[in-house]
Ligand binder design. Structure first.
Ligand SMILES: NC(=O)c1ccc[n+]([C@@H]2O[C@H](COP(=O)([O-])OP(=O)(O)OC[C@H]3O[C@@H](n4cnc5c(N)ncnc54)[C@H](OP(=O)(O)O)[C@@H]3O)[C@@H](O)[C@H]2O)c1
Length: 243
């Protein structure tokens, strides 16, 4: 029998594939109650069929300000006190191109999802965490938030912003029972490159051009590590590289 969770409810954004899905699978298997959110509800429902009642699928576009502001009100009892938020939703659609070769709309959409989305969802949940005096916000940054690369303007900008947000949020809530962790992975084999490049073959070639990559499960394990620490321990940052 699975151990009963003492972490409370966990919300994962961008849970319909890749790292988010792996996080949901691992945390449910560890006995936690998880809300899996993304835009692709059918994929989340398949995950719920596989993982059972501990996983609640929820359609949520993190760029939809109204939906995010009302997300707690829309949740059923038993899932509406969220103590752990995993800000994972993100993309680089149209990326890996020189700045002038992509449209301003494309670049802004990356920031809208990766940065504004993270800020909106955190803002929607932080009040409840403060009231209960406990919470953990885990943000998916990237090594792109540590060192820029050519052809990554918007994505690099977004991940530097994730870094700044995480560092500052931690200062805002120091000593108030709210922990903030930033996870910064290197290359992970997921749906990310397909989404970025818009083509499965190009995505395969992209991953093949690197000697090594992480699996989504490797990143999920780092999330579980940060969550499992005693309350006196705040894992501030984890940089995770493939070898
Ligand atoms: N893959 C890598 O090499 C890598 C490395 C470092 C960091 N990361 C970061 O890790 C996170 C997850 O990436 P991944 O590799 O797992 O990519 P992925 O396989 O493409 O998954 C991305 C997830 O984000 C969701 N998403 C995109 N736009 C959304 C929106 N507006 N609202 C809600 N959900 C949205 C997608 O679901 P829907 O389309 O169903 O909404 C999907 O579930 C991202 O923040 C990424 O920047 C990835």
């Amino acid at each position: 029998m699975k151990a009963k969770s003492d972490l409370g409810v966990i919300l994962v954004t961008g849970a319909s594939g890749g790292i988010g899905e792996a996080i949901c699978r691992l945390l449910v298997n560890k006995g936690h109650r998880v809300i899996a959110s993304a835009r692709s509800l059918a994929k989340l429902e398949n995950l719920a069929d596989e993982l059972g009642d501990a996983l609640l699928p929820m359609a949520l576009d993190v760029t939809d300000a109204d939906a995010v502001a009302n997300l707690v009100a829309a949740l059923p009892q038993g899932f509406n006190e969220i103590d752990v938020l995993i800000n994972n939703a993100g993309h680089d659609t149209g990326g890996r191109r020189r700045f002038d070769e992509g449209s301003a709309e494309q670049w802004c959409d990356i920031v809208e999802t990766n940065v504004q989305g993270m800020i909106r969802v955190t803002h929607a949940l932080i009040g409840g965490m403060l009231q209960r005096g406990r919470g953990h916000v885990i943000n998916l940054g990237s090594i792109a938030g540590l060192k820029p690369y050519a052809t990554g303007t918007a994505y690099v900008t977004s991940k530097y912003a994730v870094h700044g947000f995480s560092e500052t949020l931690r200062l805002d809530y120091a000593g108030q029972g709210i922990r903030v962790t930033e996870i910064m992975p290197g290359l992970v084999r997921s749906g990310f490159a397909r989404q970025r490049l818009g083509d499965a073959e190009q995505a395969r070639e992209f991953y093949a051009s690197f000697d090594a990559s992480l699996q989504p499960e490797d990143v999920a394990a780092t999330v579980a590590f940060a969550l499992a620490q005693p309350l006196r321990v705040e894992v501030a940052q984890l940089v995770v590289l493939p070898v």
